[in-house]
Design a protein around this ligand. Structure first.
Ligand SMILES: NC(=O)c1ccc[n+]([C@@H]2O[C@H](COP(=O)([O-])OP(=O)(O)OC[C@H]3O[C@@H](n4cnc5c(N)ncnc54)[C@H](O)[C@@H]3O)[C@@H](O)[C@H]2O)c1
Ligand SMILES: [Zn+2]
Ligand SMILES: [Zn+2]
Length: 363
């Protein structure tokens, strides 16, 4: 099969690799029908995630069709259409039993395109299939559910839920990339009073309005703290969601919140940020961090099914799976291409492995 293989910092190629197969009885092999690229893949290519070994297939977000299952798999069968999420759950460890799959110590957590081969490929081996994939309702398209593989549960769980967004709250979202925009979208499930988006890029701020922002602040050209204080009668935001991952934006979030407010950090940080305890200690603030668990995926899926949540506006560019390299170029140049998420779609027919296994190809 073909896959997008990481060759070390700065190197990636769509190349031939061996077909995956069942290794553990809890595995499934999934034909990838749709996949996408994450900002984290770009971090890997920059060399920021050194545990990713050269030779690893990248990608941790996909919708696919099960083609083969191990002897112990009972929840899914060949032919089932499934969402393969960025987080895998062993279902047995202490953290999985608490629903904290991101912290799995039994071989799950964030493994695709990180510790094992990922999902930007024609096929993938999916460990712990019973406890890790989600069946996709027939009437939903791949594009309707694909972004449940990462950005929506991440923004909702690590941003909105960790930040305890309540009806009426003023929520400041710092960073209007896919994660920040998904935070704006899912914060609306909790009826906030006002959504404020902050970014340095005017086209991202324009997008923020489409995703539900009431106010957009370019924190490169105006004083964001003064603007938020003005909007909130001098108190500050109830919740600030950090969706960038640099020290300045974390520190800005801590300045934007009111006494008793909450900072929910979603960004992945590569450098230390300063925690101004000398100012914060007396303000009763809550600061949270986290890796997504994906426990809300079934709930978000129900909202998409009922038409109350529509993540399809995230799909700004579409490519064939075989054009994954070009898709990386476009996604990596988001400032010029205005890409939010790229959809990588497999051609509908001609899947040799499916034919070999005599599995009906669903359109
Ligand atoms: N915690 C988790 O589980 C998890 C999961 C996925 C992604 N992430 C992280 O979330 C963060 C956001 O992801 P993304 O894909 O949206 O990233 P992105 O790079 O596409 O978007 C970041 C946005 O922040 C803006 N920005 C940069 N510097 C800024 C500044 N100083 N002030 C205001 N805005 C600024 C950029 O213009 C951009 O629009 C990343 O750090 C990513 O690694 C975390
Ligand atoms: Zn991701
Ligand atoms: Zn586990």
């Amino acid at each position: 099969m073909k896959a997008l293989v990481y060759g070390g910092p700065g190197q990636r190629a769509w190349e031939s690799v061996p077909d995956p197969s069942i290794v553990e009885p809890t595995d499934a092999v999934v034909r990838i029908d749709s996949s996408t690229i994450c900002g984290t893949d770009l971090h890997i290519l920059k060399g920021d995630v050194p545990e990713v070994e050269p030779g690893t297939i990248l990608g941790h977000e996909a919708v696919g069709t099960v083609v083969e299952v191990g002897a112990a798999v009972t929840n899914v069968k060949p032919g089932d259409r499934v969402l393969v999420s960025c987080i895998t759950s062993c279902g047995r460890c202490r953290f999985c039993k608490e629903g904290r799959y991101g912290l799995c110590t039994g071989g799950g957590g964030w493994i695709f395109g990180h510790l094992i081969n990922g999902l930007q490929a024609e096929y993938a081996r999916v460990p712990f299939a019973d406890t890790s994939v989600y069946k996709v309702p027939e009437e939903l398209s791949d594009e309707q559910v694909l972004f449940l593989a990462d950005i929506l549960p991440t923004a909702y769980e690590v941003g909105v839920l960790a930040g305890r967004v309540e009806p009426g709250d003023t929520v400041a979202v710092v960073g209007a990339g896919p994660i920040g925009l998904a935070a704006l979208m899912t914060a609306q499930l909790h009826s906030p009073g006002r959504l404020v988006a902050l970014d340095l890029d005017s086209s991202r701020l324009e997008k923020a309005f489409e995703f539900g922002a009431d106010v957009a602040i370019d924190n490169g050209s105006e004083d964001p703290v003064a603007r938020v204080m003005e909007l909130t009668g001098g108190l500050g935001a109830d919740v600030a969601i950090e969706a960038v991952g640099v020290p300045e934006t974390f520190e800005l979030c801590a300045e934007l919140i009111r006494p008793g407010g909450r900072v929910a950090n979603v960004g992945v940080h590569g450098h230390p940020a300063t925690l101004h305890l000398e100012k914060l200690w007396i303000r009763d603030v809550l600061i949270t961090t986290g890796l997504v668990d994906t426990t809300t995926t079934p709930k978000l899926l129900k909202l998409i099914e009922s038409g109350r949540l529509d993540p399809t506006p995230f799909a700004t560019h579409r490519f064939g799976l075989g054009e994954t390299e070009q898709a990386y170029d476009v996604f990596g140049a988001a400032a010029e291409s205005h890409a939010l998420k790229v959809v990588l779609a497999a051609p509908g027919t001609g899947h040799e492995l499916l034919e070999r296994l005599e599995v009906p190809v669903t359109a």
